[in-house]
Write a protein that binds this ligand. Structure first.
Ligand code: PEP
Ligand code: MG
Length: 896
């Protein structure tokens, strides 16, 4: 369609030649690309055209203006649609009506505005009356158009329309919109138009061309509305992607009892079950199904029975159209090789497909669908592993309601998004956000939710609505966010004015605690206890596939037996960091620790250390037993000492008493030890250099434990790790001490055992001198928390006060303490790995900073060729999957 040298801004579909394809999402947006793909597949798609996302970018780069050639391109595409439909835009006898919708690259459900029935005016509505033979339908369509266009394009507040409609219903004593006659709607239209003219000072536009360009401008304009901006921020969607605009000929689901509209998933999006799953409404249009205004009906008889619905299923009411729809379902799955979320309309028993896209799903559903599709041969195992977002596993690893716990169930709604959540009742999104900001768990309770509530839904632990089905806004958004959601709990009455929920004689007030179970739909009073999840079935299958693919090992950061056991249950292959100082916070030990720190002589320190040694030895025995022969990295004492210093006089007095000294001496020593900058002070290996007896005690405790566990025949693989070194000399001195203690222990116990001594790389100097340090170190573990802190010179404890400003200002895309900075900190890691390997080819390399559990950082670790990542126990499955995906991507990169 575009002449040479002119940009093609418009792509047709379904009208003669279809110009787009599914792989043109960046240009045509998801909706436009998939409409074109369905047309290419020969599915019944109402003809239309897509204005590209590049036009959106042009629009914003040029002060919201269009390129000169756009008008002609739109006119040509519209003419093709007119020809395909045998109708003419603006024609008095046979008018073409269109919908105008947004469609970005990534789906942004409900985030942007849509206009339906465009092309109607006082003249064309008469054409529609004649053509449809249904005046009521025609006028209802016209008033819907005025309402949508008035609100979305002309910015007239919707309450003006609602007030008019309500007063007409009241005057005529009619309860439902469907009770209004053609005459009633004509009267409503007259009032709507008068009101718009009063509000805007000009009449409602009658010229279809003006309507069309107004709607196109509004869709492009909506890319920058507050809802869209919030959604993009939450989902990491760049603003410069832009949206496309889809203009498509209208088909009508509201022309009578042989018409319908619906939304469906090709598999169950909550459970992943391979069953057609959806809802429809007879004689309804567009957003009626998702708006939650009428209770939708199920597509299938099985769905109807499972949900105890009395309303007939589409399978019963329109069996032939249902059969066609089911065929489309199977074809789409086969073609896209993924679960699809579809929208359709039936006009006088003829099926039309309005949308298909990869369906959002819960984490359990994603697992089941990936595993099932691999078993069905639709995808291979590698593809199945790629399909799961590692971060989404979090939803599966957290507790569910204890089935044995007592529940005071007050209502039952729909199980809209699985998981259990307890929290304080709040009624507005703003309140949810502010209470959550104070650290409270909240349940957001609404009659229904709308895109304006998105920030509150994100802040809430769970969402409860009293209206709306499984595909209502609340349900769809909650599933996408991984929030528990019960929707359509119709027995409950939510009263925003009194801020109460009432059911029978029970009144729940704002601030009261409720529990919701998004897997059963139950709503309960109070907080119900939870239990740990069972990690079997599809989860275990997929993790098994991930384990076959990944190259890097996954270890855990753990020092307590509970954490170590949890991590093993989640598949950890050893401990990558055991922070021994965490073992010292125990109330039984802290006094001896303080005594040790505050002692002003070696003798005093040794006396205190002697009290700690048995505890430490016992700690290590337990860790070695739990890890049963897997490597266990124990880091010698690291923390800035101020973390342990007593602050109150009572605590100081207690230390003085235990050490047999007086309060004044303890106070003086405290002052002496005070540091201006503890993070850069007497910590890490500097402690071991200044007070060798501390590290010596720890080495003795470790090797004593090794000898004892080895005696029982159990394999032990200890790796002793020295923190915060910046010179080889530090490591030489401390390694010599560790080797001496090992020898002494072997001599004393008669046991021989293997061990390794290595270091953390967490200071830039250590990274730069890694070649030299590797002469002594048998392994490196990258401590990227400190390495980030010292590379940026940003305090890890204080960064929170200004990093958000940095992210907002676009200086940093991510918090570098959460996602490794690949260019700076990463460059040091890469360099240290290379230099270390040059000296010692087989040097073992791992990471134990927080980044070890972050999927993007794990991909970086794969690119550097680290041997393992280590992360907190609950992140172990996430790391296993992310490591597999990183290996698959690395493979692809190599092949390219
Ligand atoms: C690190 O610095 O990355 C590290 C793992 O040590 P810590 O967080 O204990 O300082
Ligand atoms: Mg550190």
């Amino acid at each position: 369609m575009a002449s040479q040298g002119v940009n093609q801004w418009v792509y047709s579909f379904g009208a003669g030649k279809t110009e787009g394809r599914a792989d043109m999402k960046n240009l045509l947006g998801g909706k436009g690309a998939n409409l074109a793909e369905m047309a290419n597949l020969g599915l019944p798609v109402p003809p239309g055209f897509t204005i590209t996302t590049e036009l959106c970018t042009y629009f914003y780069a040029n002060g919201r203006a269009y390129p000169g050639e756009l008008k002609d391109q739109v006119a040509a595409a519209l003419a093709a649609v007119e020809q395909a439909m045998g109708a003419t835009f603006g024609d008095a006898v046979n008018p073409l009506l269109v919908s105008v919708r947004s469609g970005a690259r990534a789906s942004m459900p409900g985030m942007m505005d849509t206009v339906l029935n465009l092309g109607l005016n006082d003249v064309t509505v008469q054409g529609l009356v004649k053509r449809s033979g249904d005046a009521r339908f025609a006028f209802d369509s016209y008033r819907r158009f005025i309402q949508m266009y008035g609100n979305v394009v002309l910015d007239v507040d919707h309450h003006h329309f609602e007030d008019i409609l309500d007063s007409h219903k009241r005057d005529r004593n009619k309860a439902f919109d469907t009770d209004l006659t053609a005459d009633d709607w004509e009267a409503v239209i007259a009032d709507y138009k008068a009101m718009v003219e009063r509000e805007l000072g000009r009449p409602f536009p009658q010229d279809p061309q003006e309507q069309l360009w107004g709607a196109i401008g509004a869709v492009f304009g909506s890319w920058m509305n507050a809802r869209a901006i919030t959604y993009r921020k939450l989902h990491d969607i760049p603003a410069d992607w832009g949206t496309a605009v889809n203009v498509q000929s209208m088909v009508f689901g509201n022309m009578g009892q042989d018409c319908a509209t619906g939304v469906a998933f090709t598999r169950n999006p909550s459970t992943g079950e391979n069953a057609f799953y959806g809802e429809y409404l007879v004689n309804a249009q567009g957003e009626d199904v998702v708006a939650g205004i009428r209770t939708p009906q199920h597509l299938t008889i099985a769905g109807k029975q499972a949900n105890h619905s009395d309303l007939p299923a589409m399978e019963e009411v329109m069996p032939e159209v249902f059969r066609q729809l089911n065929d489309v379902r199977l074809r789409l799955e086969k073609h896209y090789r993924d679960m699809q979320d579809i929208e359709f309309t039936v006009q006088q028993n003829k099926l039309f497909m309005l949308q298909t896209r990869n369906g959002k799903r819960t984490a359990p559903a994603a697992l089941k669908i990936a595993v099932d599709m691999a078993s069905e041969g639709l995808i291979d195992r590698k593809e199945a592993v790629k399909r799961i977002d590692p971060a989404s596993l979090d939803q599966l690893l957290h507790p569910t309601l204890d089935p044995k716990a007592e529940r005071k169930v007050i209502a039952k709604g729909l199980p809209a998004s699985p998981g259990a959540a307890s929290g304080k009742v709040v009624f507005t999104a703003d309140e949810a956000e502010s209470q959550a900001g104070l650290g409270d768990a909240v349940i957001l309770c609404r009659v229904e939710t709308s895109p304006e509530d998105i920030h509150g839904m994100h802040a809430a632990k769970g969402i409860l609505t009293t209206r709306g089905g499984m595909t209502s806004h609340a349900a769809v958004v909650a599933r996408g966010m991984g929030r528990a959601c019960v929707s359509g709990a119709g027995e409950l009455r939510v009263d925003y004015k009194t801020r109460t929920i009432t059911v029978r004689d029970i009144v729940v007030k704002e601030g009261d605690i409720l529990t919701i179970d998004g897997s059963t739909g139950e709503v309960m009073l109070g907080a119900v206890p939870t239990i740990q999840p069972e990690l079997s079935g599809d989860f275990a299958t997929l993790m098994g596939w991930a384990d076959e693919i990944r190259r890097m090992k996954v270890r855990t950061n753990a020092e307590t037996p509970l954490d170590a056991r949890t991590a093993r249950k989640f598949g950890a292959e050893g401990i990558g960091l055991s922070r021994t100082e965490h073992m010292f916070f125990d109330p039984q030990r802290i006094l001896a620790v303080r005594e040790m720190i505050l002692a002003d002589s070696e003798k005093g320190r040794r006396a205190a250390l002697a009290k700690l040694e048995p505890y430490q030895k016992q700690d290590f025995i337990e860790l070695f037993e739990i890890m049963a022969g897997l490597p266990v990295t124990i880091r010698l004492l690291d923390p800035p000492l101020h973390e342990f210093l007593p602050t109150t006089e009572a605590d100081m007095a207690e230390v003085a008493k235990a050490a047999g000294t007086d309060l004044l001496r303890v106070q003086q020593r405290s002052v002496q030890l005070h540091e201006t900058n503890p993070m850069l002070g007497l910590r890490g290996c500097r402690l071991g250099i200044a007070f060798p007896e501390i590290y010596e005690m720890q080495a003795r405790a470790i090797f004593g434990a090794v000898a004892e566990v080895a005696k029982s025949g159990q394999a032990v693989l200890p790796e002793i790790m020295i923190p915060l070194i910046s010179t080889k000399k530090e490591l030489d001195i401390l390694k010599a001490m560790v080797d001496r203690v090992a020898k002494e222990t072997m001599a004393a116990t008669g046991q021989t055992f293997e061990y390794m001594v290595g270091t953390m790389i967490e200071l830039p100097r250590a990274a730069l001198l890694a070649g030299e340090i590797a002469e002594t170190a048998e392994f490196f573990s990258f401590g990227t928390n400190d390495l980030t802190q010292t590379t940026y010179g940003i305090s890890r404890d204080d960064a929170g006060s200004f990093l958000p400003d940095y992210e907002r200002a676009g200086i940093m895309e991510h918090d570098p303490f959460a996602t490794l900075d690949p260019e700076g900190v990463g460059e040091l890691v890469r360099l240290a790995a290379e230099r270390g390997r040059k000296t010692r080819a087989k040097i073992k390399l791992g990471i134990c900073g927080e980044h070890g559990g972050d999927p993007a950082s794990i991909a970086f670790c794969e690119s550097v060729g680290l041997d393992y990542v280590s992360c907190s126990p609950y992140r172990v499955p996430i790391a296993r999957l992310a490591a597999a995906q990183a290996a698959l991507n690395a493979d692809t990169v190599k092949r390219d």
